[in-house]
Every structure is written in structure tokens, then in C-alpha cells.
Design a protein around this ligand. Sequence first.
Ligand code: ZN
Length: 275
Amino acid sequence: MSVVRYELPRPKVARIVLNRPERRNAQDTELLYALNDAFDRAAHDEDVAVIVLAAEGPHFSAGHDLREDEPFASLHDHDTVGPYCGFTRAGAEGLMAREEEIYLGFSERWRNIPKPTIAEVQGKVISGGLMLVWPCDLIVAAENAEFLDNVVAMGVNGVEFFNHPYEFGVRKAKELLFTSGTLTAREAERIGMVNRVVPLARLTEETLDLAARIAEQPPFALKLAKQSVNAAQDAQGRPDAIRTAFALHQLAHSHNMQVHGLVVEPDFMKRFTRG
Ligand code: ZN
């Protein structure tokens, strides 16, 4: 059973489905590479105009899989996949290389896919889950959707794809980070992070209807419209800001490792492994 499904539910619409519901779609290395492969497949398919990212089960994603074997030291060696290497190296070098590729690198890559993408979201989206939702161009949320980044509670500045200020402005970004608070679907819509909120029972259909409507537009104009909006956002300094936040994120992991012998706060890990 694949951890990511690939469907063609409507003409010119691909639907990629996270398929690890028994782990609330927690992202391990295998899932992230499978997801990247699915995005590449949809991007390369000339018959696909719009890409939907959905998730099987009650929750969209519980974030990064902190229970993955040796999660914080060194993992599979995927040197051939991206521009980065050295996942298995000691110290901060290995962790930074891995997070550069599979967290920040993948999220930036998916944000820049030259076709419109829509996240179809239900249930909880926790921390790393935001790094799948935010790179999408549009977000359709079920009424029960909830969004939170609790990485500050782990002793780190926030998720690796530090897009918070661009999703809902600096005040809300600070409040949510400082409190490890939660955004409901309605509040996320009110502050501009979510495009529309629909009943859970209609989530897939409403998302596919929106995708089908967009898929009727000329594909090159869609690509240029997307690149124009992304360029406007990047002209505000987003690429530099996100690189700075990523560097500080690595500093926090390194600090925690030096002080606690773990890349996150041990108190958080105790709470996490209990719950
Ligand atoms: Zn990290």
C-alpha cells in the first residue's frame, strides 16, 4: 500500500492523497519523497492543469514523524535526489542537510510548481503539516480543520518553511508562535490564510469543482499569473527572510543538542511520547 495515492478524478485535475491515516499522515522520509514524486508526475503530465493535495482519514497531517527510526541523527541517504547531500554526517551538518532538502527545499519546490495547486484540508494540520498546505496556491478547508505550529514549545523558532508572516501578517504570526496556539478554519479564512470553508461532507466535491473551473483557463496564463503573484511576495523579501529563519531554526536544534542531547526540548518529547 503506497503512502501517497495518485488519482485523476476529473479531466485535467490530478489529486494527490496522503495515505498514512493510521499515523494521522505524519511525514516520514519515505512519505515526503513519495509526495515529491507525485507532484513531479503531475507537473510533468501535459494532461494535468490543476493539482489537488488531499489526505486520507480524519486528519490532514500530524506533522513530521518524530517516531521515525533515529529521527534526529541521520537517516536514509538520498544524495541523488536533490542538490544537497550529507544526511548521514555528524552534528549539525547532517540535520541541516536533511532539513534543507526534505523540509524547506521540498516546500519551496512545491510552491513554485508552474501549475495551480489546491490543498483540500480536514481535521488537524500540525506544524510540519503546514509545510504541505502553505506551499499550495489555494486552500479549501472543512469546517473542522485546525491549524497550529507548536514548534516553539519544542524549543525552536517555528517550522522550517517559515512562511507565517506571509500567510497572515506579522501580529498573528507572533501570537500563534508565542502561544503555540490554534487557528480554526473560520479564523484562518477571516485572516486570509484559507480561501473557503465548506462542510466536511462536501470538502472533496467543492475542491474538485474549484479545480475543474480553474483547469478550463489557458495553462500558460495560469502559470504566468501564479509566477506574478509569487514574484510580488518574493519582492517583499520573503526568500531572504525564510533563509534567515531557517538558519535560526538550525541554531535552535544545535543549541538543544548541546544542552539536552536532543534537537528539541526534552520536556516536549516526554509530553509527546506520553500522548
Ligand atoms: Zn527542524
